[in-house]
Ligand binder design. Sequence first.
Ligand code: FPP
Length: 228
Amino acid sequence: MDGNGRWARKRFLPRVAGHKRGVDMVKEIIKACDERKIGYLTLFAFSSENWRRPKDEVSLLMELFCFVLEHEIHLLHSRNVRLKIIGDLQPFDDKLRHLIRHAEALTQANTGLTVSIAVNYGGRWDILQAISHFMRAHPERSVADLTEQDLAPYLSLHYAPEPDLFIRTGGEQRISNFLLWQLAYTELYFTDTLWPEFNATALDDAIASFQKRERRYGRTSEQLASGS
Ligand code: FPP
């Protein structure tokens, strides 16, 4: 969700106004995904690198996360949304960690859209934590014979299928340490639209672009056409 700061700057507003407007778009996109019967939406809200931002901006973002978890969770719950938070939660304060636990517990049995929010998340961290959890659970195994299937249950998004579509707003054409493992076969979509302007119509444009792609998974177009 890139471009909040630029959206605010264009309007001579503080950066946090862009993040607040970003929350409005998060709500609109969750509603749009729900209406389109999309099963899983994963949002990158705070990367492990975002701690390098000015202290004031980091604390305002933390306050915003707390506010959303406290005040929007009932709306999500009423929409049958299952909320998950992924990332290294250790550095967060007790209040935020409590709100996360509460929001996940409240919505865990919901059967609609699964919304995962990545906070203090990094794709490399995810792979390393999965290896280390696997090795702790299976001390008899050696790293040398580790398989992809071994790691799958220990990755942060173990409960979700691999993503079909990755969308980055705000004009940069990078993955920036997001779901490195899970994006292996994902279609990538980059748009100049800033996150606070990425509405349901923009989502439909991204989906239309995805629908035109041919997903070959290493096969040829001819093999796909013949169904082999
Ligand atoms: C990147 O834009 C955005 C962030 C680092 C924060 C994203 C947070 C939100 C959308 C609000 C909170 C979300 C939830 C799910 C509670 P940027 O600040 O890097 O923008 P810029 O590149 O224009 O400076």
